[in-house]
Design a protein around this ligand. Structure first.
Ligand code: PEP
Ligand code: MG
Length: 555
């Protein structure tokens, strides 16, 4: 076993704990002849019962009420007598237990999909219960997030939204994945949960369960098999980081007082729970969470109340609402999108909105109604995946017709950055989505761990495009923020401020780090650093210039 593994670090902090790997979904073996039908039926029933009991126990322990309700519903599916009856019938016809389970769940899934509405939305959960039941029937560990009964570092190939929904941060202390990149779902969730994380870490799934590891998010390193002395040293460092972060409050400022608003990325009102009086606002409200996984669009009233809940939770601070960003990796069942050979380059984001203007208009109207419902609401609205000034003008026209007067667009396509002055002429502000902008600038799939180096927010070519946007903003006297994951990198914050970016939007847990890093430099220092970083020949050289000052804790 090597002494350490390297990947791409996300967030900061060091966690020392035993590593536990996430079980992989089982592969169905070849069919087996069934000799003893009673024993085979018993095997299948026991597997379903074990899955039902496990889900019920998790629901009982869940701290979050929504998570508990979901887990309860899943446990009831595993215990459903109709499902068991169907499995029994298949085994009577001499199908072995794993295949009987597989076929019965398939039939169940078809039934739910046919029923439509809420039931159809639950169909995707069945694959998870099925895989668990088959794994138990085969004598394998259940796939999904493990629960070894003590705090641990979770290792996985990669994490899906379903996996991360069930993560209990009192148990899971850090995440390490073989796949993923700095802008993948795992990285975004790790930042949101405040968990130190290393993605694109080759070899971690070969580390035996129970090995004590140190996950150093800042360095992007996982140390293996560390001794007691090293553990104590790392624990002391992590306590220092925590102490310094809790002291970093108030609005974002450079050392000499130049304001750079530190805003939040959210998916719903719940993400603002616990926000203190120093909340500066929301820089990215991803509204698609309300639409995804649904066979029918949310009604006008449902949208209106979800948006109003966010505006209330923001207590009069600015909220930048992004209209539906669907397509590619975020399909919408109710829009029946045509299959595309290359969805990331297809009809997605605003392009989809322009094909279905009724969806965009209803969303804007519901947002305008929510603004009227909430005293003192301050709303800015922006569109995703805009490539040309014409697209920006189309969106601005629709938004203003609905009475929403502060309108912007996201810069996620290189063409929009190259022609930033023309795009900005049509709207009031820009917000740079560095996750997609990196993907499209480097022709590198943002979910592909093997391309993490190209997706680094330190790539000088990416930063040059950000510079174009910032300069366009300065020339026009209009704000230009960054809301991609780059905004959450504490060492990059002074660089972005130095380029002229006016706000940085990130998950709540990233704010104190960025706050601290920004407050350590004057604006003139940020500007000098930014110039040197953009002129660097590589991402590594650029990052080295900014991190030469030490760790965030030492700033
Ligand atoms: C981005 O692309 O940088 C962004 C913020 O949008 P999302 O991550 O939701 O695609
Ligand atoms: Mg994007």
């Amino acid at each position: 076993m090597p002494d350490s593994l390297r990947g791409v670090g996300v967030g900061v902090g060091v966690v020392v704990a035993p590593l536990v790997r996430m079980g992989r979904p089982p592969e169905l073996p070849a069919t087996q002849a069934v000799q003893d039908r009673t024993a085979e039926a018993e095997r299948a029933r026991k597997a379903l019962a074990a899955v039902g009991a496990d889900l019920a126990a998790r629901s009982h322990e869940a701290k979050d009420a929504t998570a508990a309700t979901i887990l309860d519903a899943l446990s009831m599916i595993a215990d459903d007598p109709e499902l068991t009856e169907h499995v029994d019938g298949l085994i009577d016809d001499r199908t072995d237990a794993p295949h009987a389970l597989h076929q019965a769940f398939e039939r169940y899934r078809e039934m739910l999909t046919e029923a439509g509405g809420y039931l159809a939305e639950r169909a995707s959960d069945l694959a998870d219960i099925r895989d668990r039941a088959i794994a138990v029937a085969l004598g394998l560990p259940m796939p999904g997030v493990p629960d070894p009964g003590h705090p641990f570092v979770l290792a996985a190939d990669d994490l899906s939204p379903a996996d991360t929904a069930g993560i209990d941060t009192t148990r899971v202390l850090a995440l390490v994945t073989e796949g993923g990149g700095p802008t993948s779902h795992t990285a975004i969730v790790a930042r949101a949960l405040g968990l130190p994380c290393v993605v694109a870490c080759a070899g971690v799934m070969s580390v035996p369960d129970g090995t004590v590891v140190a996950v150093d998010a800042e360095a992007g390193v996982v140390e293996l098999g560390i001794d007691g002395e090293r553990q104590a040293e790392l624990r002391a460092r992590s306590q220092l980081v925590e102490a310094q972060l809790s002291a970093a409050t108030g609005p974002g400022r450079t050392r000499d007082g130049h304001a750079v608003a530190l805003l939040r990325n959210i998916g719903s009102a719940a993400d603002l729970d616990g926000a203190g009086d120093d909340l500066e606002g929301v820089g990215l409200f991803r509204t698609e969470l309300l639409f995804l996984d649904r066979t029918e669009p949310p009604s006008f009233d449902e949208q209106r109340s979800a948006y109003a809940a966010v505006l209330r939770a923001a207590r009069g601070r600015k909220v930048v609402v992004r209209t539906l960003d669907a397509g590619a990796d975020k399909p919408l069942p109710f829009l029946s999108m045509a299959a595309e050979p290359n969805p990331a380059l297809g009809v997605r984001g605003l392009r989809l909105g322009r094909r279905h203007p009724e969806v965009v208009v209803e969303q804007l109207a519901a947002l305008a109604a929510a603004v009227a419902d909430v005293d003192g609401a301050q709303v800015w609205v922006m569109a995703p995946m805009v490539a040309t000034p014409d697209e920006a003008a189309w969106f601005a026209g629709r938004a203003r017709t609905e009475g929403l007067n502060t309108v912007g667009v996201m810069v996620e396509v290189p063409a929009a950055a190259v022609r930033a002055p023309d795009v900005l002429a049509e709207v009031d502000f820009l917000s740079v989505g560095t996750n997609d902008l990196a993907q499209y600038t480097f022709a590198a799939d943002r979910m592909e761990g093997a391309l993490a180096d190209l997706l680094s927010p330190w790539q000088p070519a990416l930063l040059e495009l950000v510079t174009r946007c910032a300069h366009a903003g300065r020339a026009a006297g209009k704000p230009v923020g960054v809301c991609g994951e780059a905004a959450a990198d504490p060492f990059l914050a002074p660089v972005l401020a130095g380029l002229g970016i006016t706000s940085l939007s990130m998950s709540a847990r990233a704010v104190p780090l960025v706050h601290r890093a920004l407050a350590a430099r004057t604006l003139a220092e940020c500007e000098r650093l930014a110039e040197a970083v953009v002129a660097a020949k590589s991402a590594d050289a650029a990052r080295a210039l900014a991190t030469a000052v030490g760790t965030v804790a030492s700033l």
